[in-house]
Structures are given as structure tokens and as C-alpha cells.
Write a protein that binds this ligand. Structure first.
Ligand SMILES: [Mn+2]
Length: 209
């Protein structure tokens, strides 16, 4: 990751599960010579990913692990948190850490552009940003191949729009896609949706000025 970020303005990290986000962010920070105080993380994810790290690193705890590594909560923006998919304790912990939390309900109330603007404003002190796209944020009717997805998720078109806006930001050095489990979808719907994600990332990158 560090080697790629050093040589390219944008690097895509394709999971695999959400545990790839932590080493991805560390690689990005190393490549640009920044400590964790100067790098930001934006997650599009139905979950806080704030489970305990006591039993090791896994797909449910990359945000907790990064906080424990020293990434300040003020450098973390979490968008798309689904109701009835997270514990109260994790929500409280995220707020106590200083993470900016934009729940799915808030995202839908204020819209894609305002949510992205809020995220970027929050990270205005950061010199490099990683975007974590946990594809379980999408409604499972539109992306059946994510085991963590819950009914009533984000509309795929909103996910695409948010991805494109974020990919257009020059400070976004790394974007990951995680939690896609292809065998869970016997149709080609999930593959087409993931393919569209890639197209949106490239279109956003192409729009950079
Ligand atoms: Mn996740």
C-alpha cells in the first residue's frame, strides 16, 4: 500500500473483509510521511466497526483498532450507520472518541452532497484521506452479496454518488471496497454493482482538477 500510494495519486484496495482498512490507512500515512494526526478516514458503512480488539483484528473492529493506534476521533467520519445493526455502546464510544457520525437516517435527510461536504469540512485539517467503502452499507435488495447488510440500507445510487464525489477529492489517496462475498449472490447483480462502484471511482478521479 505504501509503495502504491507513493507512486500513484489514487490507490484502490479491494477486499476481502473490512480488516484491510487498518493496514491500508497505515500504508497511506507511511507513504505520505504523515503521522496519524494528519490523516483522515471516511467510512461508508452500515456499522461502526468498533468491536473490541481483545480477540484480535477482524472485520468488525478496524475503526476501534485505528483509534487504539492513535488515529484521533476527530479524523474519523462515519456515514451510513444502520439502525438495529449496531450496539448502543459502540455508538456511544464513537461519539466519545470524537468521530463524526452521520447515520443513514441523517444521510437521507440532508442528502449525499451535504453529507460529503460535512465529512470533508470535518477533515479539513488532514493532508491525506482514506475512504472505506464497506459495501454492506447498500440495501441487500440491491447488493445481496454482503453478509452484514441489513434491510432498509442505503440506496445504491446514493452510494455511487457519494463515492464519485469523494473520489474527486485530491486528498483522497486510497479507497477500499470491502465485505463483498460473491458466492452469496447467485445472480450477477452484486458484481454489476461492484463494477459500477469501480466506474464511479474512476469517473470521480477523472473529474479532479
Ligand atoms: Mn465494515
Amino acid at each position: 500500500m505504501a509503495d502504491s500510494v507513493a507512486r500513484h495519486p489514487s490507490t484502490l484496495l479491494i477486499g476481502g473483509n473490512n480488516a484491510v482498512t487498518r493496514p491500508g490507512l497505515h500504508g497511506m500515512a507511511a507513504a505520505v510521511g504523515l503521522d496519524l494526526e494528519a490523516v483522515g478516514l471516511i467510512t461508508l458503512d452500515a456499522h461502526f466497526d468498533m468491536r473490541s480488539t481483545a480477540d484480535g483484528l477482524a472485520n468488525g473492529n478496524p475503526v476501534r483498532a485505528l483509534l487504539e493506534d492513535g488515529l484521533p476521533g476527530r479524523n474519523i467520519v462515519q456515514i451510513g450507520l444502520a439502525p438495529f445493526a449496531n450496539s448502543r455502546a459502540m455508538h456511544d464510544d464513537a461519539l466519545a472518541a470524537g468521530n463524526l457520525v452521520v447515520t443513514l437516517a441523517e444521510f437521507e435527510r440532508i442528502g449525499v452532497a451535504a453529507s460529503v461536504s460535512r465529512a470533508l469540512d470535518r477533515l479539513s485539517h488532514c493532508s491525506a484521506i482514506m475512504v472505506d467503502c464497506d459495501i454492506d452499507v447498500i440495501d441487500p435488495s440491491q447488493f445481496p452479496a454482503a453478509p452484514g447488510a441489513r434491510a432498509g440500507g442505503m440506496a445504491a445510487r446514493d452510494f455511487f454518488a457519494a463515492t464519485r464525489l469523494l473520489a474527486a477529492q485530491p486528498l483522497v489517496k486510497v479507497i477500499d471496497l470491502t465485505e463483498w462475498d460473491p458466492p452469496l449472490d447467485p445472480t450477477d447483480l452484486s458484481a454489476l454493482t461492484a463494477g459500477r462502484w469501480l466506474a464511479e471511482v474512476v469517473a470521480g478521479f477523472d473529474a479532479r482538477t
